[in-house]
Ligand binder design. Sequence first.
Ligand code: ADP
Ligand code: MG
Length: 233
Amino acid sequence: MLEIKNLNTGYDKKQVIFDLCLKVEGGEIVSIIGPNGAGKSTILKAVCGLISVWNGEILFDKKNLNHNKPSKNISLGITFAPQGNRVFDELSVKENLEIGGYLLSKNKLNERIESVLDVFPILKERFNQFAGSLSGGEKQMLALGRALIPEPKLLLLDEPSLGLAPNLLNDVFQKIVEINKTMNLSILIVEQKVREILAISHKVYSIKLGKVAFDGSPDLLLSDKEMLKNLFL
Ligand SMILES: Nc1ncnc2c1ncn2[C@@H]1O[C@H](COP(=O)(O)OP(=O)(O)O)[C@@H](O)[C@H]1O
Ligand SMILES: [Mg+2]
């Protein structure tokens, strides 16, 4: 479904990602882990079209995304919930969800909001409240819900657990498993909570200094304590 071939990219003249290859097959949850500053968020930004590809190729269903704008990628079926998952505090839950569907017709938008509310009943309860009045966990659900409004085939998630109380982590990861299963959705997810994310991933890429340091099965990585340690040194 998604294939990144020898990606090189960065900011201005600073190269951050070097010859990176990565694949996501249909229906998979694929995780990207690694130390701060390794380039994890940069990979997601390149896939969704927020930064340009210097060299290499990003393919989605065999179509080349290299020169696409984010809006084009949304219409192809790729959505992105960025790090920090900001919601608009001064807008209602309803209005936040509507922003996720700015490319949809009114009818389609209403239909999509209904199905997202079915997945996140808490958002139904809070539908007309200001997003600013939601708890951290609820805001996270809203950010996830908003990214699901365009009915993506591939969801890019950047550290959905960031800033959440430990007792809420499980709720968020369970929701991710649920939407992966029920919506026939592939998920590429950056996470710092290594144990939790490996437990729900089909495949993992560990990134170090902009390169792939390990890729393979989460079980393999978890069984090798030495490797796990080295990846974060
Ligand atoms: N907008 C930006 N402009 C310039 N450099 C950036 C920008 N965003 C990130 N970087 C740099 O790119 C590198 C990788 O950042 P990032 O992809 O955010 O890492 P990670 O998500 O793995 O923590 C870091 O050195 C960071 O300082
Ligand atoms: Mg990051």
